[in-house]
Design a protein around this ligand. Structure first.
Ligand code: HEM
Length: 361
């Protein structure tokens, strides 16, 4: 008699294949979503960096896609112990922490005149004695123009240069500002800001909020800045390249110093909006002194291969809910991958790996 068994039993092989196929479809869908193929208009790190690249005049191989023109610096941070009550990070204890930093001007063009923008930047990587790191990128203005990555992207689009004039279209920028009243504090700052003659006479602001975490686990919202000891700000010269020469000259006469000031938020002060400064009466701690002792070209110096991702933090410092921070992390990573894959193009930088002596690899 005919055996009905094979037809009444669940078709095991078909089930297995269906499960495998489903897993492949789900994984493929996840890749497609993360890669932005299902949502071509979603803002991604790639789109942000493409736009910065476009505004910088296209690809300049080996250079950062923003803050492209810069110089490496090195030195140390001398903690004075005053911030240790708020953060367990060893960098705040009394003692020295080595630092590798980078001064720069914003924009994606590594050949831009130093006077093309009134903003200067300082990025720092602190190498803590316990092996942890603290990385921060700071700008010389106290507030950011916009609060979200989407608005930052829209600002870049509004600032695209008109090929006829080589400048952004004023009407387009005006329309952006009219639609983004949160830019008011930045615009008020920009109205009087002039390009400085020196990196050394500038204050640099972390702008985004973070949390300090103390030994009991308590969180305190903070913002930090570094304020220079140098007070001899001069009007900027007419030439295109003066910042690095000025830095070299000043360092030749001795180390340059800044104080790391940490402002403590009051309850209710916004931590998710980099366009809003906290009121001036907030408690501020002088956490120690940043001492920069040397500079090196960015093409070959120790800052070249550092990604100053502001989300790289030691225990004792934590991220806030500021939406710019994850967007910065993703965009810096994308820019880093682009530029480090192009380093062979940077003149004078790369010795082919096969030509290096064994010990130096
Ligand atoms: C969504 C907002 C932002 C985006 C998409 C963005 C994007 C970028 C990119 C792509 C780079 C080049 C990174 C590299 O190749 O290593 C860069 C550099 C830099 N950015 Fe931003 N940025 C944003 C917001 C900010 C803010 C709020 C600050 C200041 C607090 C800031 C300060 C800096 C500094 C100092 C550098 C230079 C770092 C260095 O010297 O390596 N950025 N930015």
């Amino acid at each position: 008699m005919h055996d009905p068994q094979p037809f009444s039993r669940p078709p095991r092989n078909s089930l297995r294949w269906a499960l495998i196929a489903a897993a492949v479809v789900v994984a493929g869908g996840a890749f497609a979503y993360v890669g932005g193929w299902l949502t071509p208009h979603r803002l991604t790190a790639q789109r942000l960096v493409d736009e910065l690249q476009r505004n910088g005049g296209g690809v300049h191989p080996g250079y950062r896609r923003n803050h492209a023109k810069g110089v490496c610096v090195a030195g140390y941070f001398e903690g004075d112990g005053k911030a240790s009550a708020y953060s367990t990070a060893s960098v705040f204890a009394v003692g020295r922490t080595p630092v590798v930093g980078r001064f720069a001007i914003p924009g994606g063009n590594p050949y831009a005149p130093d006077g093309s923008v009134p903003i200067r930047s300082l990025a720092l990587r602190f190498n803590l004695s316990d092996g942890q790191q603290w990385r921060t990128g700071m700008n010389s203005m106290p507030v950011f123009p916009v609060a979200t990555p989407q608005a930052f992207y829209a600002l870049q689009v509004a600032g695209e240069k008109d090929p006829a004039t080589g400048k952004p279209e004023p009407a387009r920028l005006a329309a952006f500002f009219a639609a983004h009243p949160e830019t008011a504090a930045f615009r008020a700052w920009a109205k009087t800001a002039k390009p400085s003659a020196s990196f050394v006479t500038e204050s640099y602001f972390g702008i985004d909020a973070f949390y300090f975490i103390d030994a009991t686990g308590q969180r305190q919202a903070v913002r930090w800045r570094v304020v220079p000891e140098a007070t001899d700000a001069q009007p900027a010269p007419a030439s295109d390249d003066y910042l690095i020469g000025d830095l070299r000259q000043r360092l030749a006469s001795g180390p340059q110093r800044w104080h790391l000031l940490v402002t403590l938020a009051n309850p209710g002060d916004p931590t998710d909006d980099a366009t809003k400064a906290w009121p001036n009466d907030r408690t501020t701690i002088d956490a120690g002194t940043l001492v920069l002792t040397s500079e090196q070209p960015q093409d070959s110096g120790p800052c070249r291969d550092i990604n100053y991702d502001p989300t790289v933090l030691p225990a004792g410092i934590a991220l806030s809910d500021d939406p710019l921070l994850p967007a910065r992390s993703a965009a810096y990573s994308d820019s880093y991958l682009r530029r480090t894959s192009e380093e062979a193009h940077v003149p004078g930088t790369t010795v082919p790996t096969h030509a290096q002596p064994e010990a130096s690899r």
